[in-house]
Every structure is written in C-alpha cells, then in structure tokens.
Design a binder for this molecule. Structure first.
Ligand code: SF4
Length: 362
C-alpha cells in the first residue's frame, strides 16, 4: 500500500569497495578481491530481502565506496532483490555512483537496463595536477569519456562531484574545472569543500588553501554555476530546473530511509542508526545495528527546520521563535540571510557559515 507521496521512504545501499584509497577519504571502503565483492553482493541481497516490507519506495541510492568496481552482474542481482523486497515501481529516482576509471558504456547500458535513471560521477577536478594531488586514478579525459558514455547509454540525469579547496587549487584552476563542467552540462553538480579528516593521509599534509581562499573558491563556484543556469539549492549542491537530487533532498526534508551495508546510516521510525563499519561481520551475516539517537516529535520538528535552512527553500518565519527570527533578521544587512515570501533563507555567503548560524539558532 502506498504511504502517500510525502511519506514514502528511500533506500540507501552502501558498496564498501574502491579500486584504491584516496588520501583524503574517510568513507568506509577498502580494496577487495573479486571473490569478496561477490560474497558481499550476496550478503547485501540477503539483508535487503530480509528487511523488505513490500512498501512503496520513493528513491534508491547506491553509493560507496565505488559501486562501479562491482562485478558485471552485481546490479542485476541487487535490483532483483530490491524489487523482491520493496515496491520500486513508482520510484522516481534510482541513482548509482561511479568513478570515471571504472565506468564505460557497457557499464552504463547495464545500469540503464536494470532501471537506473540517474548517475552520480566523482570527477572532483578537471585539472591533472589536482587529480594527482588527490590521488585519483582517473584523468580529466577519462571523466569526459565516462560522462559521454553515460549520455550515449541514454542517461539524461547526471550529477558530477567537484571538490573545492584542493591542494594547489587557485581561482584560475577552479575556473578551468568549472568551464569543463559547463561544457559537459550535467543536470546536477555537487561541489564540496575538501575537509581534512583525522587519520587520513591528508591530515599530515600542509599545503591546503587557507580559509580565505577556500571561501573565495566556494563563492566563485556558486557565482559561476548560477551564471550557467544552475540553482544553488543546498550548501554543496547545484541543479538545473527540475533536477534537484530527490534522494538527498529527502534527507534534508527529514524523511526516513532504509540503509544497508557496513558503515551506512539510516533513519527509520524516528531512530537514527548506523550499521557498524565491519565488513567481516556483514559478510558473516551478523552485522550490528547501532542506534545513534531516538528523536521525539519535538526533535523531529526542530531538525526539519535546521535541515530546511541548509537549502535555498529556507524556513518559514512563523515557525521560528521571536529570538530566532530576530537573529536571522539581524544577519540580512551582512548579506548572509535574505527574506522573501514569509521565509528566511541563507545566501551563498550564508551557506559558507551555515554551521555557525544553525548552531546559534537551534
Ligand atoms: S573513490 Fe571515493 S570512496 Fe573511494 S577512496 Fe576515493 S573518495 Fe573515497
């Protein structure tokens, strides 16, 4: 039975494998033999089928890691299990992440055949020196080739990932990457400021752009992409009209989603949880589900307000206390906040300091 448009859940599946580890990455992923990947797909399918409720699903997102390193038949098997476990017939968006070095036209055709309708591709930069700094396995030419292969296979909803504040990045080099993006003309772009995570090889590297340059690079990307017709609709996300990411938007709207795979996070029945980042346990069929927090009705309302301020939709003035409204109103002259149609929303400069604004507010 349908739960209605606003209530349908999403499904996230985590693929914890990569061809190699990038020096900045702290996502749960590893390099593993084909046989381990095969076993993982079987365990993942079993987990999905066991949890299946037959309910109607709004979106599916297969991320990682690098899903495109999986064996050829993996996606047929995964989608077979998903359709067995849930009603995916009305799913509006089914996304698979890939990297340019492991995605060719054959890969995209198989995804298309399996019912995938959106691709998210990790390009990060179109400047060779920056790709090398990041330890990426692909070149800018590989990214262009993979993008065209996805188009040739019939994908008309492609998102690219770019990284901002990469070691050695300048305004000029970022402009070159943005121009390359504009030439490819994807429907969606995620542009993340590189964050140094403890324990990664990058945490020992000294040559990152300073905070002022990082802010300039972020605002440059926002302005460039706005001029090219992309809406800056969330802190790190840009879309052409009608192409906001539906699965991720559900996160920002505080909607619930299933999660499968070690290291993945889910949100069901008011509980935020994650599956312990332990591949061996998952493969042996004894994964541990850890509840991070149980949200009360008031927590849920509060969180929805926080999350909506991360998007260009902003928050309704009448959902705020007098003090909250006064605080946001006070940020209008500095250009961090704007007000229209009874809502406050952050400007690109406001997005840059959204964590500070949100923690002050809530
Ligand atoms: S390919 Fe992606 S998930 Fe894998 S190590 Fe690099 S950044 Fe992390």
């Amino acid at each position: 039975m349908s739960q209605g448009e606003g209530l349908r859940r999403g499904v996230y599946l985590h693929i914890p494998f990569c061809a190699s580890k990038c020096g900045y990455c702290n996502f749960y992923s590893c390099v593993a033999a084909r046989s381990v990947q095969e076993t993982y797909v079987s365990a993942l399918c079993r987990a999905v089928e066991t949890a299946g409720t037959g309910e109607e699903i709004a979106t599916v997102y297969i991320g990682g890691g690098t899903p495109s390193v999986l064996p050829e038949d993996a996606f047929d098997r995964i989608f077979c299990s998903l359709r067995h476990a849930f009603d995916c017939s009305q799913a509006e968006e089914i996304t698979v992440e890939c990297n340019p070095d492991s995605a060719d036209e054959n890969f995209f055709q198989r995804l298309k055949h399996a019912g995938v309708n959106r691709i998210s591709m990790g390009c990060q930069s179109f400047v060779e020196e920056e790709l090398q700094q990041l330890g990426r396995r692909h070149t800018a030419a590989d990214a262009r080739r993979a993008f065209r292969a996805a188009r040739n296979a019939g994908f008309d909803n492609i998102s690219l990932d770019l990284m901002l504040a990469i070691p050695l990045q300048t305004k000029e080099s970022l402009t070159r990457s943005l121009q390359a993006v504009a030439e490819l003309s994807p429907e969606h772009l995620s542009a993340y400021l590189l964050k140094i995570e403890e324990g990664t090889p990058f945490s020992r590297r000294p040559i990152l752009p300073d905070d002022d340059l990082a802010a300039d690079l972020y605002l440059l990307a926002s302005e460039f992409l706005s001029c090219k017709g992309y809406e800056h609709y969330e802190v790190s996300n840009f879309a052409r009209k009608g192409f906001r990411a539906k699965h991720n938007s559900a996160y920002w709207q505080g909607r619930e989603y299933y999660a499968f795979g070690p290291g993945s996070y889910g949100y069901l029945c008011g509980e935020r949880f994650f599956w312990e980042a332990d591949l061996s346990r998952f493969l042996s069929g004894t994964p541990r589900r850890i509840i991070e927090e149980r949200l009360s009705a008031e927590d849920i309302r509060r969180e929805k307000r926080i999350l909506s301020l991360r998007t260009s939709d902003g928050v309704k003035v009448d959902g705020l206390t007098y003090e909250q409204a006064a605080y946001l109103n006070g940020l209008i002259p500095s250009g961090l906040v704007k007000a229209s149609d009874g809502r406050f929303s952050l400007t690109p400069s406001g997005f840059l300091v959204s964590n500070e604004i949100l923690s002050h507010l809530f």
